[in-house]
Design a protein around this ligand. Structure first.
Ligand SMILES: *[C@@H]1O[C@H](CO)[C@@H](O)[C@H](O)[C@H]1NC(C)=O
Ligand SMILES: *[C@@H]1O[C@H](CO)[C@@H](O)[C@H](O)[C@H]1NC(C)=O
Ligand SMILES: *[C@@H]1O[C@H](CO)[C@@H](O)[C@H](O)[C@H]1NC(C)=O
Ligand SMILES: *[C@@H]1O[C@H](CO)[C@@H](O)[C@H](O)[C@H]1NC(C)=O
Ligand SMILES: *[C@@H]1O[C@H](CO)[C@@H](O)[C@H](O)[C@H]1NC(C)=O
Length: 317
């Protein structure tokens, strides 16, 4: 998006917000007929457009570029981010207390876990044996909170309420510090001893699945009934299935056509009259004003801004 300002006329504090609504998320889609893998499609889009398509609402979906053949979109759930590593990527595991991965990278998964079995396992229990498994967040489980004392000691508290992960988190945050964090094997042993031996419990580990190739925060999803299902534990990429324009998950090594996007560029010219004693022909002053306008516009959600003065000849207006 480009943005020019002409130094002249009136209107300071005019409601710039009225523009932002229109200008955010103006994606233009292009259908690419070549058949390739998800990664191949992403590379092609990044080379020739901006990125694989992000779809942010049903209006995007009704855009005419969508054909009746299956096409990749930019949605993926990168297994490298959650299956093998304790990383810091958008699909990685995070601890409730920090919203981040552990600085130690400590993990203690049960054999074959995490597997996102069935495609909806985004929260973690400590199994009866003290190791971890990913399960559906709406399961009901007892849980372990921790409380940080004024002496900086961590106290683990077993809570015998059969709650979903979200309710357990809310409970821990209300009465203690948070759902438990486990950074070391000593922490793991302490949580293990805090709970009855036969009892699985929620711990504070969770993740955000399915994110967009261009890192868009859009939460719009149009999954087909019972999808995604991570069938055979091997479906980490999203596509628009042919029949109903709804979405499905599939192996990223499948080959199909795809949709790229380009963020449409807008040039806006604003006329601003500034009443000031400062010498506006001096760049030190008009640069400051430009920076302040830039800050205001970013707060309102404008991105990719390029601001520039376009001084008009003296005497006009
Ligand atoms: C994860 O990302 C956050 C925010 O960018 C950063 O502060 C933190 O140090 C990162 N942690 C690791 C383990 O890389
Ligand atoms: C993982 O948990 C088990 C069960 O609590 C424990 O015996 C083992 O030492 C832990 N492993 C690590 C690396 O902490
Ligand atoms: C929690 O509730 C579920 C579903 O009602 C039940 O299967 C499970 O046994 C309960 N767990 C405990 C520890 O009571
Ligand atoms: C948790 O720790 C705080 C001190 O940080 C203390 O004031 C509070 O009483 C503790 N809560 C419980 C339930 O032990
Ligand atoms: C607890 O830890 C915080 C931050 O690490 C530190 O500022 C504080 O002095 C510590 N308090 C005690 C009693 O050790």
């Amino acid at each position: 998006m480009e943005f020019y300002v002409i130094m002249s006329l009136l209107i300071f504090g005019c409601s710039l917000s009225s523009y932002s609504q229109v200008l955010l998320h103006t994606y233009m889609y292009s259908y690419v007929k070549i058949k390739t893998t998800w990664a191949g499609a992403q590379q092609y889009c990044r080379d020739n457009y901006d990125d694989l398509a992000t779809i942010t609402n049903s209006k995007d979906m009704s855009n005419s570029v969508f054909t009746n053949s299956p096409v990749w979109i930019g949605l993926h759930d990168d297994p490298n981010a959650w299956k093998y590593n304790m990383g810091n990527e958008s699909n990685s595991w995070r601890w409730s207390a920090t919203g981040e991965t552990s600085p130690t990278g400590y993990k203690n998964w049960s054999a074959g876990e995490p597997d996102n079995g069935g495609g909806h396992e985004f929260c973690v229990v400590m199994d009866p044996n003290g190791q971890w498994s990913d399960v559906i967040c709406d399961q009901l489980n007892f849980f372990v909170c921790y409380n940080m004392t004024n002496q900086n000691q961590t106290i683990y508290v077993f809570v015998a309420n059969n709650f979903t992960w979200n309710s357990a988190q809310a409970y821990c945050r209300q009465y203690y510090t948070d759902l438990t964090t486990i950074d070391y094997s000593d922490d793991n042993a302490a949580v293990y001893s805090a709970k009855p031996q036969t009892q699985p419990v929620w711990i504070g580990l969770y993740r955000v699945p399915w994110t967009w190739s261009n890192n868009s925060p859009s939460l719009y999803r149009n999954w087909f009934y019972l999808k995604p299902d991570n069938y055979y534990h091997a479906e980490f990429c999203g596509y628009i299935s042919s029949s109903n324009h709804q979405w499905d998950d599939i192996s990223c090594d499948s080959v199909m056509s795809f949709i790229c996007q380009q963020v449409s560029k807008q040039k806006t010219i604003m006329r601003i009259k500034i009443k000031t004693d400062a010498d506006m022909t001096k760049s030190v002053f008009n640069t400051q004003i430009l920076q302040q306008i830039g800050v205001k516009l970013s707060i309102q959600g404008w991105t990719g801004l390029y601001l520039q003065w376009n001084t008009e000849p003296q005497g006009r207006n």
